[in-house]
Write a protein that binds this ligand. Structure first.
Ligand code: HEM
Length: 474
């Protein structure tokens, strides 16, 4: 590899790498965000790293990220191979959706998933109804705290998890249902392991799996999550009425039946399990953490909170629940939600891609099979673009008349062929949960507690340090 890299003309520059381990020792694992942005000072916005024997190219800033993900969408549409999961039954055309290789299987699955989630007639209730209903339960749970201080994360996570349960399984759960909490916890744990450093190492050195040791335990949360999901799918098969699609699982079972004669089909029972697992993993933590940031900013910026209250009072009042149609009439509230997503850059390093063929970005040559990291944080905080990139400033999304304006560099869901498939759903949840909570409560820092930290911690995603709030009914 070292030799080949030298022969490539115009390959992006990067730190000198050591044999075998590459740049592993130079990478700042304490702060992955700095590891991806610091080298730009020396090497520019596009630089290369060698991780083990893998070639990695890191893209920073709107221009580079847009050229790669949007203009050369297909060239960057693949995901890195993840042979680690072969062990769990992953194989060609049966690898879930998130890490699926670019090709027919992924395309069919993505099209199916998008249209099924979008399908408003699914089951008895529309998507909007399901989210609005859950927002109501979330408010009741906040009320039951009686103004005492609490960490909102647990309840928000249950509400967000319930929207996914409702869409995929056809029902929601009480927030204290132990099976439900165990499932959410296991999927989160497994998902974090999959994205974590240990699994990256095992992925690079799969022979480690032939040696006994604690690293084998990392598969347990996966196996347990899959068991729970298999049980739910089994129940669905037993109670299914072929004339009536209750939820995502029913819709998927229909596709499996249609594809019975096609052994290569992406619609199989294993892939149903892997896909549902991916949807929960991709949807729950991201949306939960974004909402936790939104409330944290309300604590830190009481003036912003006051303006949101005023706007909601004026446009919706107190007597009816916010609906998705209200969004266009609430430019300030909407700008606060967009600014929350920009400033908190939850998925700060995106999800790794791989080049599908030899290609180039900004004149640099990038060969097929290179791992690509598009640093979304560097776009959301691009100093060439945003007026106050490192401050919470909802005016980024408002024009002089106070009307909402979209921004090209607003890419929290990434862009191009592999961009977030749940954007519509996430948007609905962020708006309806946030607006409903703000309609009902004023949020305070609990007495005697310090102002919560705005920097949080960048590991796999950027989450706030845990904090407490008081929700005072309005
Ligand atoms: C992928 C962000 C919510 C499902 C992604 C990616 C990002 C992202 C940055 C990587 C895209 C890429 O490779 O370019 C977010 C954020 C969310 C959110 C910030 C909430 C605030 C959701 C929800 C769902 C979801 C609610 C479920 C319906 C997915 C899936 C993928 C994905 C399935 C993989 C897509 C593929 O590889 O084709 N998301 N997401 N996400 N997201 Fe989301």
């Amino acid at each position: 590899h070292m030799k080949r890299r030298k022969r490539w003309n115009n390959y992006p520059p990067g730190p000198v790498s050591f044999p075998f381990i590459g740049n592993l020792l130079q990478i700042n694992f304490q702060c992955p965000r700095l590891a991806l942005t610091e080298p730009t000072e020396k090497f520019g916005k596009i630089f290369s790293l060698q991780v083990g024997w893998k070639n990695v190219v890191v893209l920073n800033g709107l221009e580079a990220v847009k050229e790669a993900l949007v203009q050369r969408s297909e060239d960057f549409a693949d995901r890195p191979p993840f042979s680690l999961f072969d062990h769990l039954g992953y194989r060609k055309n049966c690898e879930g959706i998130m890490m699926a290789r670019y090709g027919r299987g992924w395309k069919e699955l993505r099209r199916f998933t998008l249209s099924t989630l979008r399908n408003f007639g699914l089951g008895k209730k529309s998507l909007d109804q399901r989210v609005t209903e859950e927002a109501g339960y979330l408010c009741s749970a906040f009320s039951s705290k009686d103004g005492h201080s609490f960490n909102p994360r647990f309840l928000i996570n249950s509400a967000v998890g319930n929207v996914m349960c409702s869409l995929t399984f056809g029902n929601r759960f009480e927030y204290n249902n132990e099976k439900f909490l165990r499932m959410l916890h296991l999927i989160e744990e497994a998902f974090n392991i999959g994205a974590g450093i240990m699994s990256q190492i095992l992925n690079m050195m799969p022979w480690l799996l032939y040696i006994p040791g604690p690293h084998h335990n990392i598969f347990q949360p996966y196996a347990d999550s899959f068991d729970i999901l298999r049980e739910i799918v089994k129940k669905h098969k037993e109670t299914r009425d072929p004339g009536f699609t209750r939820d995502f699982i029913d819709a998927f079972l229909e596709e499996i039946e249609k594809a019975k004669m096609d052994p290569e089909s992406t619609f199989s029972e294993d892939n149903l399990i892997f896909t549902v697992f991916d949807l929960f993993g991709a949807a729950t933590e991201t949306t939960t953490v974004t909402l936790c940031w939104a409330l944290l900013f309300m604590l830190c910026y009481p003036d912003v909170q006051r303006r949101v209250h005023e706007e909601i009072d004026k446009v919706i009042g107190r007597d009816r629940s916010p609906e998705i149609e209200d969004q266009v009439n609430l430019p300030y509230t909407n700008a606060v939600i967009y600014e929350t997503q920009r400033y908190c850059d939850v998925v700060f390093a995106g999800v790794p891609r791989t080049t599908y063929r030899d290609t180039e970005v900004q004149g640099f040559f990038i060969p097929k099979g290179t791992t690509i990291i598009a640093v979304l944080s560097s776009v959301l905080k691009d100093e060439m673009i945003w007026e106050k990139p490192h401050q919470f400033y909802p005016e980024h999304f408002l024009d002089a008349d106070g009307q909402f304006v979209k921004q090209e560099a607003f890419l929290p869901f990434s862009a191009g062929r592999r961009m977030c498939l749940g954007e519509q759903l996430a948007r609905k949840e962020l708006f309806l949960f946030f607006a409903t909570l703000l309609q009902h409560f004023t949020f305070h820092i609990p007495e005697g507690q310090p102002r919560p930290q705005e920097d949080g911690c960048y590991i796999l995603i950027h989450s706030p340090d845990s904090y407490e709030l008081c929700a005072i009914p309005r």
